[in-house]
Ligand binder design. Structure first.
Ligand SMILES: Nc1ncnc2c1ncn2[C@@H]1O[C@H](COP(=O)(O)OP(=O)(O)OP(=O)(O)O)[C@@H](O)[C@H]1O
Ligand SMILES: [Mg+2]
Length: 858
């Protein structure tokens, strides 16, 4: 079999089964270049365009956005809608065309609204996502260009650096200490070294020369030849299934559980009504249709629409404040978030790092330190950090000092250092820079200002440690600098060479604190969000920052302490601690998981490679526009302006979303449910049905209309002031208080009409219709807020949809138009009595809601 050929000819669409892909990594690079008709300098634009047409875009999920038809199909299959459609069918078959038409309108209305809103939401989110999409450096026409990942084709040659995502499947052409994180593919947290092949084994674990789309480079650099893109790549198939089964948020689970509960209650109620009707009046078509109409009335068919619209509006509003939401449901998590973890650079500081000086072991100014650290930064490969930029800021670009680079060991966040091997006039030296405390442990000697070397004894060590502490407390970030003379024939270095070093001193950097952070943190704390700082930097620097910004924090833990703790012990400690210093990337995510174990809803904001695992582990992962690709890819939300202040606005948005969905839920569980329940009960006592089946449906349709405005509503300051988490007990409490209240007034109405006024069937139904519509709709103004109704003003859209729907209902019931649906003129005394009951109900609801909405005590 010609495996190289099939690797070069990926299918245009479709998911190849995992493992169904050939082991392209067993072919030599020359073979692959040949079969892909490519060369190390890359493709030409013409070739690339032709291939883009042939193979399609490099998207993990081809046509993931389902077609309109598929969306329609999905919705028609939902149980709620299925119930409605069966009901319509039965009505139609039994000749009840009015019910048939009304149910069909309800279905079309709810599905149409839902799909339209979802499409709108998708296009909003897609546009936003595109604005933060990831690019790759591709060799085209002999130049290096930044290209959207989706435009990459088989045969492309891509340059990868630490912090970047691998955009497609391919092989390593050349590499320099490249380490890949393939956890998405293998589940293994270890970093895998990548170097040119071919490899001999066909299994995934042998593929040291293969790079897979969706994994990332965390250290070093590599140049890759793309062999498969889009759905033909290995990760394409996996991510398609992952994406579809994204686990629901706690909030979505709660809403779903409630939906199922209502569904079950509905089933029970319908059977109950059917049975009693059967016993009382024998089998009748009308009572059957009545039961069906009750079921329709009980279904919260607008819930999906309310969820999508509130989220999409939330996303759009957040976009205005330069916050891009990649995963819509993250808005819920943001509203529920009660702990925010942040790294230091960029969020709490300006990330404008400047190299302000260097000192030797005795604390004196040192030009030697500056010279060595510059050599290191100049020759080191891999990710260029902002510290390197600061070091090289003043230096000339191509200094003619005779030094040449032989080899290097790029920076990674676990070693926290970087080394270069350099030579000049036969003299070979390794120069290492990194976190000074750790560097100190690798040193055996120190170089003094006069150039002499002395052993690094306890006294020197203590003095130097003291010095670092002092400088750190002044807010200076430090990088230690050391060197090691190497044999003249040395051409390569390994990690084992990073020992027996000669310490020279430290370079000092400033990164000004961000003044706006003080208010932003205060705002978050006032909103019930605890802020924790998780930094790879040293304790004194973080302390200084916290003091300068006057951040209220308690407790501190170091990475060293954390590494000695079990997950359970860490969970207990992490809750009480706000500062974490010298932590590794892995520890950042351990802290996040520990806090989640303690039932906190945790946010994590960061920009580096070292933050990506924690961003991924958090309930809501946040990154910033300038962050590394891996961090931005792992994030659910991206801040275009790295400002914690906008985050407070995002949190408020999440809570508003939550509040509005709760309004719909409360309406459904109390007034609507109460009404339907009353009707079921009344049907047992009354010699006739309280409403004709299609009148119930009409009632339901008008009620639905009144609720379209809910997603637009405003939320009270009090609601925005604390994290909002789905609380089933609170929902049940509300239902058990407000539901019976509504039933009480319904039954009073029944009694008054039937026994008090002794009305005939049609008058009864007309009057009941008016009472039912008015109470159901108007109560929204009461239960939309926990505050006295007159102190909280609803959004104009909600006012108009509610009052508009009410007007339609009243016109239908009280004007000659009502004759078409079986209504008659209601005598004024009855009308007055109904108005009285409605007013009394609203007053009672206003009085009781405080009890019903009282927060559970923690
Ligand atoms: N380019 C580099 N070369 C050598 N050492 C480095 C380099 N960059 C960072 N370090 C060391 O690694 C440590 C951790 O890196 P860094 O401070 O970026 O972590 P972090 O968790 O992102 O911190 P922050 O909270 O400031 O964002 C630094 O304090 C420094 O000692
Ligand atoms: Mg950082």
């Amino acid at each position: 079999m010609d495996r190289t050929l099939s690797a070069g000819q990926p299918p245009k669409h479709g998911n190849q089964p995992e493992g169904g892909q050939t082991a392209f990594w067993t072919a030599s690079n020359d073979q692959l270049l040949q079969s892909l008709a490519s060369r190390p300098t890359g493709l030409s634009t013409a070739e690339a365009n032709e291939r883009l047409n042939r193979y399609g875009p490099n998207l993990a999920i081809v046509n993931f956005r389902a077609s309109l038809l598929a969306k329609l199909g999905k919705r028609l299959a939902e149980p709620l809608i299925a119930i409605l459609l069966i009901a319509a069918l039965i009505s139609g078959l039994t000749g009840d065309w009015q019910s048939f038409v009304i149910i069909v309108i309800i279905v079309l209305f709810s599905i149409g609204l839902d799909i339209a809103q979802e499409r709108h939401a998708e296009s909003t989110v897609d546009a936003l996502k595109r604005s933060v999409s990831v690019t790759a450096s591709v060799r085209r026409d002999g130049k290096i260009i930044e290209l959207l990942v989706e435009d990459i084709v088989p045969g492309d040659v891509v340059e990868l650096r630490a912090g970047e995502l691998v955009p497609a499947d391919g092989v390593v052409l050349t590499s320099h200490e490249a380490l890949a994180n393939e956890a998405v593919l293998t589940g293994e947290p270890y970093l895998v070294e990548k170097r040119p092949g071919p490899s001999v084994g066909a299994s995934l674990s042998d593929a040291f020369n293969a790079l897979f789309g969706g994994t990332s480079i965390v250290a070093g650099e590599a140049v890759m030849l793309v062999t498969a893109t889009g759905g033909a790549s290995r990760f394409g198939a996996i991510s398609a299934s992952v994406q579809e089964n994204e686990p629901p948020t706690a909030f979505e689970r709660g809403v779903h559980a409630l939906g199922m509960l209502i569904l079950r209650l509905t089933g029970f109620l319908v059977l109950f009504v059917l049975l009693t009707q059967l016993l009382h009046h024998g089998l009748s078509l009308e009572s059957f249709l009545f039961a069906v109409a009750l079921a329709v009335g009980l279904t919260p068919e607008l819930l999906p629409m309310v969820m999508t619209v509130t989220l999409a509006r939330g996303a759009a509003r957040m976009a205005e404040r330069k916050v891009v939401v990649k995963r819509l449901s993250a808005i819920h998590d943001l509203g529920a978030m009660d702990v925010l973890c942040t790294d230091k650079t960029g969020t709490l500081t300006e990330a404008k790092i400047a190299h302000v000086g260097s000192f030797d072991v005795a604390g004196g100014d040192s030009a030697r330190v500056s010279e060595l650290i510059r050599l290191n930064s100049r020759f080191v490969s891999g990710m260029r950090s902002n510290l390197d930029d600061a070091i090289l800021a003043g230096a000339s670009l191509v200094p003619n000092d005779g030094w040449t680079r032989l080899d290097d060991l790029p920076f990674d966040f676990d070693r926290r250092r970087a080394s270069v091997l350099v030579a000049r006039a036969g003299e070979v030296e390794m120069i290492t820079k990194g976190a000074p405390e750790a560097l100190l442990d690798l040193c055996t000697e120190v170089e003094r200002a006069d150039g002499t070397r002395v052993p690094l004894d306890a006294a020197v060590r203590a003095k130097f440690t003291d010095l670092m502490e002092q400088k750190g407390l002044q807010g200076l970030r430090l990088l230690g600098v050391a060197f090691r003379p190497m044999p003249a024939d040395c051409r390569e270095i390994t990690m084992a060479d990073e020992a027996g070093l000669v310490l020279v001193g430290c370079a000092a950097f400033v990164d000004p604190p961000k003044a706006s952070a003080t208010d932003a943190v205060a705002g978050l704390i006032a909103a019930g969000v605890r802020v924790k700082i998780i930094s790879g930097d040293a304790a004194p620097v973080v302390h200084h920052l916290v003091e300068t910004l006057k951040l209220p924090t308690r407790g501190i833990m170091t990475g060293e302490e954390i590494s000695g703790l079990t997950d359970a012990a860490l969970a207990a400690r992490a809750q009480q601690t706000d500062l974490f210093v010298r932590v590794s990337p892995d520890q950042k995510s351990r802290i996040v998981r520990a806090l989640r174990r303690r039932r906190h809803t945790v946010g994590f904001i960061g920009d580096g490679i070292n933050d990506a695992p924690a961003i991924h582990a958090a309930d809501v992962g946040l990154s910033v526009e300038g962050g590394t690709d891996v961090a931005r890819e792992a994030a659910d939300i991206i801040l275009l302006a790295p400002d914690l202040g906008v985050l407070a606005a995002g949190v408020a948005e999440g809570r508003r979303t939550y509040a509005n969905i709760m309004k719909y839920v409360r309406m459904g569980t109390s007034s609507n449910f109460g009404n339907m329940l009353s009707m079921a009960l009344a049907s047992l006592v009354l010699p006739f049905l309280p409403l004709a089946p299609f009148q119930i449906l009409l009632n339901n349709l008008i009620y639905d209309l009144s609720e379209i405005g809910i997603p637009f509503d405003t939320a009270d300051k009090e609601t925005l002031a604390r994290p909002q988490v789905w609380d089933m007990r609170a929902v049940l409490r509300f239902t058990l208080i407000m539901g019976p209240l509504s039933s009480l007034f319904d039954i009073t109405t029944f009694a008054l009409l039937h026994w008090g006024f002794g009305t005939d069937v049609d008058t009864f139904r007309t009057a009941w219709f008016v009472e039912s519509i008015a109470t159901q709709i108007l109560v929204i103004f009461i239960i939309r807020t926990a505050k006295p109704v007159w102190t909280s003003w609803p959004h104009p859209v909600l006012i108009s949809t509610s009052l508009g729907a009410l007007a339609i209902g009243l016109v239908l019931a009280l004007t000659p138009l009502g004759h078409f649906v079986g209504f008659v003129a209601v005598p004024p005394p009855i009308l007055l009595a109904i108005i009285g009951i409605v007013v009394l109900y609203l007053v009672a609801a206003e009085g009781l809601k405080r009890v019903a909405m009282r927060l559970p005590r923690h």
